[in-house]
Write a protein that binds this ligand. Structure first.
Ligand SMILES: [Fe+2]
Length: 158
C-alpha cells in the first residue's frame, strides 16, 4: 500500500498579512483531513457529515473568492483577471463534483481530496502570495463568509 501523502498544514509563513484571508485559508486547510477522516469512517452519519463538508466547500468557493476578488479589484491589482480565472476554474470543478455526488455518484466525492491538495499547493501557496503587502486588514472586507454571500452586490464596507 502506498504511504499516505504528508498532511498539508497551514504555517505562519503562508500568511498573506490579512487576518480574514488567513482565517479562510486556515479553515480550508482543515477541510481535506476532515473529509478524509469522514470517508474512512463507517459512521452512520457519514452522508450527513459529507454534506457538511460540501457546504463548507461551497461557501469557500463563493464567499472567500468574493472576499479576495473584491479587495483585489478595489486596489486595481494587475493580476486580477488571471486570479479570477483560477478561482473560476477551481470553483467550476468543485461545483461539478458536488453536483455529481448529489445526483448519486457517491464515489466522485473521493476526488475532492486531491483537488483540494492541488489548490493549496498551486494557489494558496503560490498565487495568493502575489498580493502579499498589497492587501491589508484595512482594505479587505473582514465580515464572515456567510455575510459576504448575503449581499454580494454591496459596496465594500470595512
Ligand atoms: Fe486566490
Amino acid at each position: 500500500m502506498a504511504s499516505p501523502e504528508p498532511m498539508l498544514e497551514w504555517t505562519e509563513d503562508l500568511s498573506v498579512g490579512v487576518d480574514s484571508i488567513d482565517e479562510d485559508h486556515q479553515a480550508f486547510f482543515r477541510v481535506e483531513p476532515m473529509l478524509e477522516e469522514i470517508l474512512a469512517s463507517s459512521d452512520s452519519a457519514r452522508s450527513m457529515l459529507i454534506e457538511s463538508v460540501l457546504n463548507i466547500l461551497e461557501e469557500y468557493v463563493e464567499g472567500h473568492f468574493l472576499r479576495e476578488q473584491q479587495a483585489l479589484a478595489a486596489i486595481d491589482f494587475p493580476g486580477l483577471a488571471v486570479h479570477i480565472k483560477a478561482h473560476d476554474k477551481f470553483a467550476e470543478k468543485v461545483r461539478a463534483i458536488i453536483k455529481d455526488y448529489r445526483q448519486g455518484n457517491l464515489a466522485v466525492v473521493e476526488s475532492l481530496g486531491p483537488l483540494i491538495s492541488d489548490w493549496i499547493t498551486n494557489h494558496i501557496k503560490t498565487m495568493d502570495r502575489q498580493y502579499l503587502g498589497l492587501l491589508t486588514n484595512e482594505n479587505v472586507d473582514k465580515r464572515p463568509l456567510v455575510c459576504l454571500l448575503d449581499d454580494p452586490e454591496d459596496d465594500l464596507e470595512f
